[in-house]
Design a protein around this ligand. Structure first.
Ligand code: AMP
Length: 507
């Protein structure tokens, strides 16, 4: 048997290959037969460019059908696919190229010179967001439309994804064919995707969420997707009636709620709305259910592991939790230093083991060893606890844990309490240097449009509900929290911005 991810996905493609695989926002349709032929052309082209097992292809291009075909072609030819966020500057790309040493790098035609200057030995090809311009499609158009997948072992490298890593050097997570195929299989089964499904796909494809969680799961189910270059609430609203499912980051859901066209009737054909990549606020969960009748299904995962847990498809989807371990995946909560497993209800490190867990960081064996326990569990860097009903609750990243006066303060608990205030839209709680306490708890709050609050109001509202050491000593107000494209609040940025808050005045 060939463990190449594409071969495994292909075994589930519909018998009738004229079935739609993908449709674009403008209504262009790509059948499974078209996708097989086009990705074969990419595989043939990439092979001619010297790609194959043991080689890497870095890709920094806008989202398009052709970009997806580049990914599929790379997998078919047995090379490792390395997607790069389109926001990275050539100086940042230079680090990734120097580290990963790809044989080929694909960029937008407008960046050819800049990327060429940092590409080293890599061959530079171009692909425009329109999918037609650039040197790569030109080569691809002339290539044969049949390709036999290169044989791969389960543990062979399929992709390298650099983690957003806000501290230290970005690390390249090495994902194998088995990591990706096992996760696609688990998700298609758990979320009950079938050939009848049509997923509304508005996520970027340089990240694990849009590339693997969404696209691989759809391919594994032989289903189809509406493939949009970006999330635009009006466009999404206009296309939702044609979809049966949507995957998104929490900001997609808050933006949909801000759109009056989102009604129960609009989404009556939808089978499931799924959220992840950042915490979904219980408020949004509730409001969305009230408006549409759909309880958003929240799941949890990360670049290094693919998806780890999910709320149930059948059964209670509990707001503020991320559900249960996926089939074949084990999780446990441990004490950081000793690695000792903690009892239910106790907060500690979330650790995970299973076929989904990556093969280590590219050329960083020591960093890899630091993050794995001897028995193969990976320490995710997230803190959580398993509640009395067995659902995993995430309380934050361990680097966001605040230690104030020797006490552990978990930001998520305080953020949830602040978010209860009717005037609050969103909040982030951070620790910043404090002369007496080591770190002082500080809240950064964005009020809803037209609402205002004073610092004292926020602090007073918490005095009955939270122990004193957890209460923010200062509250700053902002129009909106800084977030990245995946909807994650950039706490590092906030810590930098407010670093001086508790410093003693200079003498
Ligand atoms: P990334 O590697 O960019 O996918 O980021 C993974 C991180 O996102 C995880 O380690 C979590 O900190 C966070 N994350 C993902 N899904 C959730 C979720 N449903 N709730 C809270 N945090 C999440």
């Amino acid at each position: 048997m060939n463990d190449n991810l594409f071969s495994i996905l292909k075994s589930n493609f519909p018998d009738d290959l004229t079935t739609t695989f993908l449709q674009t926002g403008s209504g262009r349709s790509v059948s499974y037969a078209d996708m097989l032929a086009r990705s074969a052309q990419y595989a043939n082209t990439l092979r001619a460019l010297g790609l194959g097992p043991g080689e890497r292809i870095a890709v920094q291009v806008g989202k398009s059908t052709e970009a997806l075909m580049t990914y599929l072609g790379a997998i078919r030819v047995g090379a490792a696919f390395l997607p790069l966020n389109t926001a990275y500057t050539p100086a940042e790309v230079s680090y990734f190229l120097g580290d990963a040493e790809p044989r080929v790098v694909v960029c937008d035609p407008s960046k050819e010179d800049d990327i060429g200057a940092v590409a080293g030995k890599a061959k530079v090809e171009t692909l425009g967001q329109d999918g037609a311009s650039g040197s790569l499609p030109e080569r691809v158009n002339a290539a044969p439309t049949a390709f036999e997948e290169v044989r791969c072992e389960a543990d062979d490298l399929a992709a390298i994804l650099y983690t957003s890593g806000t501290t230290g050097r970005a690390k390249g997570a090495m994902l194998t064919h088995k990591n990706l195929s096992s996760n696609a299989e688990a998700l298609a089964a758990k979320w009950q995707f079938t050939a009848e499904d049509r997923l509304l796909h508005a996520l970027p494809i340089y990240h694990t969420h849009g590339l693997f969680t969404a696209s691989n799961t759809i391919l594994h189910a032989g289903a189809s997707m509406i493939f949009l270059p970006r999330f635009d609430a009006d466009e999404v609203v206009s296309l939702l009636p044609q979809a049966t499912a949507m995957m998104g980051v929490p900001t997609f859901y808050s933006r949909l709620l801000a759109n009056d066209a989102l009604t129960r009737n609009l989404v009556k054909h939808i089978r499931v709305f799924i959220s992840g990549s950042a915490p979904l606020s219980p408020d949004i969960h509730r409001e969305f259910e009230l408006r549409t009748g759909h309880a958003i299904l929240e799941r949890y995962g990360m670049t290094e592991t693919g998806m780890i847990t999910s709320n149930p498809f059948d059964g209670a989807r509990r707001a503020g939790t991320v559900g249960f371990a996926l089939p074949g995946v084990e999780i446990r909560i441990t004490e950081h230093e000793s690695g000792k497993e903690l009892a239910q209800g106790e907060v500690g490190d979330i650790e995970v083991r299973g076929p989904n867990v990556f093969n280590g960081y590219w050329q960083m064996p020591e960093k890899t060893a630091e993050e794995f326990r001897d028995d193969g569990f990976f320490v995710t860097g997230d803190l959580g606890m398993i509640d009395d009903q067995g659902y995993l609750n995430i309380v934050g990243r361990d680097k966001d844990l605040i230690i104030s006066g020797g006490f552990n303060v978990y930001p998520a608990e305080i953020e949830a309490a602040i978010d209860e205030l009717p005037a609050v839209a969103e909040s982030a709680v951070i620790g910043v240097p404090h002369p007496d306490f080591g770190e002082g708890v500080m809240a950064v709050v964005a009020c809803k449009a037209g609402e205002t609050l004073e610092e004292g109001d926020v602090i007073a509202s918490l005095s009955d509900t939270l122990a004193r050491f957890k209460q923010p000593k200062r509250v700053a107000f902002v129009d909106a929290l800084p977030r990245n494209a995946m909807g994650k609040v950039q706490k590092n940025e906030l810590r930098d911005r407010y670093a001086e808050t508790f410093q003693r005045p200079a003498k």
